[in-house]
Design a binder for this molecule. Structure first.
Ligand code: PMP
Length: 439
């Protein structure tokens, strides 16, 4: 006997979503503009997440929309291997002016996950190219999220994303995460305690020997696993250990890139420069799928200016440097520059932090943390099990016309960088109401 269902919601296998549960209470978005979405039943929703940490300049910005439309009419597609198009070079050049010094070579991908795979492959290939071919081990971190492809879930540290898929990549190890509610709860900005956790990398060097380790990858601020801000001194300590042992340091800036923490990149906010940096999301303001890896020039030069057997990298995608993505990206950079968006989070962060931290003391709130325009509120798990209480808060906020995000017991916010103070107030007050009701 078949159960009643709405056939129109059946065929689409939704990513990271319980389809069955979704169908009971569908949330369908049909329009977006500036700070707001509109639902299929005509409700306006304030976007507290920048879509999914990506629409940093707000939705449907006319300049970006027009650039995409113009490009689609002018040249829809160009093969990226042994061919090029001017906007790809222009976009890479413009990006290289925003990155920390030295990270001035740009490899284009189509997503954060692809950026991670690309960075890991470049790291392995580079160690081999410089005669250190025994360096095949990759180090990630617990609670790290690096996308969903095999390299990314292997170095990633989310059990749910790993356990369904077998043994994953061999030769991967993990350092501990830095989340420490006992010492750091309710920190504003970087927590005071935990720099010494970077010494986990020394422990792995002692265990495996540096001659077997190619690279370590971390998110400067872990986003998807609940807005975990690096303790003061932690990233510098990781950098020092990498330098001592010839290990490449990769920052995954898929969320933190393009202004989220108050500077164009978190590497600049925290004053620590990695050897490779992965980005996506805000690179095109979320309009067209795209990612990139920023690479130190000397790493690039090892391949591209190397001996005859090394004059290219055997890696790339059909849609690397897609013309629509490059056109969107150039218009996005223009928008960011004209409106000062890449540093706007540093102007608003105190106001945002004041609002967030005013939620301290509400029932079940066990931590509030923030940097730039990203914040997390952690709840004690309820009797229904981990994540349920936070998910109910998310649903309540959505009913009230505000979109936040939940990950486990954490409610995360990362609004478009165009947000106004009154909209920050609305975000916080909506959450306050939902938290009180959840009690
Ligand atoms: N790395 C990080 C740090 C991310 O936050 C994400 C996505 N949230 C990814 C990689 C994967 O990006 P994508 O979903 O575009 O593949």
């Amino acid at each position: 006997m078949s159960t009643p269902h709405d056939p129109s919601l059946d065929a689409y296998w939704m990513p990271f979503t319980a389809n069955r549960q979704f169908k009971q209470r569908p949330r369908l978005l049909t329009q977006a503009s500036g700070m707001h979405y509109r639902t299929d039943d005509g409700r306006e929703i304030l976007d507290g997440v920048a879509g999914l940490w990506c629409v940093n300049a707000g939705h449907a910005r006319p300049r970006i929309v027009q650039a995409i439309a113009r490009q689609a009419g002018e040249m829809d597609y160009a093969p990226p291997f042994q061919m090029g198009h001017p906007k790809a070079f222009e976009f890479a050049d413009r990006l290289s002016q925003l990155t920390p010094a030295g990270l001035n070579r740009v490899f284009f991908t189509n997503s954060g996950s692809e950026s991670v795979e690309t960075a890991l492959k470049i790291a392995l290939a580079w160690q081999r190219a410089r005669g250190q071919g025994t360096r095949t081990r990759l180090i990630g971190r617990e609670r790290g999220y690096h996308g969903v492809n095999f390299g990314g879930i292997s170095v990633g540290g989310i059990v749910g994303n790993r356990k369904m898929f077998g043994t994953l990549l061999g030769g991967v190890d993990h350092i501990r995460h830095t989340h420490d509610l006992e010492r750091n709860a309710f920190s504003r900005g970087q927590p005071a305690h935990g720099a010494e956790l970077a010494d986990d990398l020394e422990r792995l060097v002692a265990l495996h020997d540096a001659s077997t380790i190619a690279a370590v990858i971390v998110e400067p601020v872990a986003g998807s696993t609940g807005v975990l801000i690096p303790p003061q001194g932690y990233l510098q300590r990781l950098r020092d250990i990498c330098d001592r042992h010839g290990i490449l340091l990769i920052f995954d800036e898929v969320i933190t890139g393009f202004g989220r923490t108050g500077q164009p990149f978190a590497a600049q906010t925290f004053g620590v420069t990695p050897d490779l940096m992965t980005v996506a999301k805000g690179i095109t303001n979320g309009c067209v799928p795209m990612g990139a890896v920023f690479v130190k020039q000397e790493i690039h030069d090892t391949f591209m200016n190397g001996p005859e057997h090394l004059i290219e990298l055997f890696h790339g995608y059909t849609y690397s440097a897609h013309p629509l993505a490059c056109a969107a990206g150039l218009a996005t950079l223009d928008t960011y520059a004209e409106e000062g968006l890449l540093t706007r989070a540093s102007e608003l962060q105190d106001y945002f932090a004041d609002g967030l931290h005013s939620l301290r003391g509400l029932p079940h709130v066990i931590d509030v943390r923030n940097i730039g325009l990203v914040g997390g509120v952690e709840l004690a798990p309820g009797p229904e099990g981990p994540g349920r209480r936070a998910f109910n808060v998310f649903l309540d906020c959505f009913e009230q016309g505000v979109m936040v995000r939940t990950t486990g017991d954490i409610i995360a916010m990362s609004p478009p960088l165009i947000i106004e103070r009154a909209q920050i107030d609305r975000l916080i007050e909506t959450l306050r109401t939902a938290l009180k009701r959840a009690a």
